[in-house]
Design a protein around this ligand. Structure first.
Ligand SMILES: [Zn+2]
Length: 237
């Protein structure tokens, strides 16, 4: 009887304490999943999107949980759902919503990467640092999966990169690309809006007709690149 009462009231208790899920996993397509964690930004819980993909050599992560309490639950979920260990993690710029979990993953033997520019910024700003860095745009092959990094120039952050999966035509934009749900450009503390606009145009030219464009925050439906361009045009004098 006690157990029944517990089961009955536990979800209500959770709802009352925590209105947002701690870790949300959304299937994207095939072996690709968007995972979302939440953190407080100006007193509001804000979702942060990252990605994991399954390969025959293990799972890979693009960006870490923003909420570091979700690092182990994420690893556990991937193991439970897919029977895979995470073997690789790449951070797409130096801000905490991309890098917060790097130390946790490094300590568990996961190979962590960022661009060398991002590594410099992490050092300067006291953010967790990846173990390995790459100096220019790089193609990675992990098991049967191939993807490439692209530095379009400064934008949301001086070091932001995007990641392209050519076979699946997935463009992972991180915070460089704004959600179609966003009405503003968000955190501009390290942004360079005029250069950002040029960088978005460059990215659009390079990656024609992506099937999915994953944004750093909020929903990723629709054309985030076009929306980012529109927001920047509105913002610039
Ligand atoms: Zn962000």
């Amino acid at each position: 009887m006690k157990a029944c009462v517990f089961l009955l009231f536990f979800p209500i208790y959770l709802l009352a304490q925590n209105p947002t899920p701690a870790l949300k996993i959304t299937p994207l397509t095939g072996d690709f999943y968007v995972y979302t964690t939440y953190n407080d930004y100006k007193g509001e819980p804000v979702p942060s999107n990252s990605l994991y993909a399954l390969t025959d050599a293990g799972a890979i992560l693009l960006d870490t949980p923003w909420d570091t309490a979700q690092c182990q639950p994420l690893l556990d979920s991937i193991r439970a759902r897919h029977g895979k260990e995470v073997v690789f993690c790449l951070s797409t710029h130096f801000h905490a919503d991309r890098t917060a979990g790097l130390d946790y993953f490094k300590a568990r033997g996961i190979r962590t990467y960022s661009s060398c520019l991002t590594l410099d910024w992490c050092r300067r700003e006291g953010e967790p640092q990846a173990q390995f860095c790459f100096a220019k745009d790089t193609t990675f092959r992990i098991g049967n999966l191939r993807f490439e990094t692209f530095y379009p120039g400064e934008g949301h952050a001086p070091d932001n990169i995007v990641v392209w999966f050519p076979k699946e035509k997935i463009l992972y934009g991180g915070c460089f690309i704004k959600s179609t749900e966003s009405t503003g450009l968000g955190n501009l503390s390290h942004a360079n809006p005029p250069v950002w606009l040029k960088a978005v145009k460059k990215t659009k030219r390079k990656y024609r007709k992506p099937r999915h464009i994953i944004t750093g925050h909020f929903g990723w439906q629709g054309d985030g690149l076009r929306h980012t361009q529109a927001l920047l045009k509105k913002h610039l004098p």
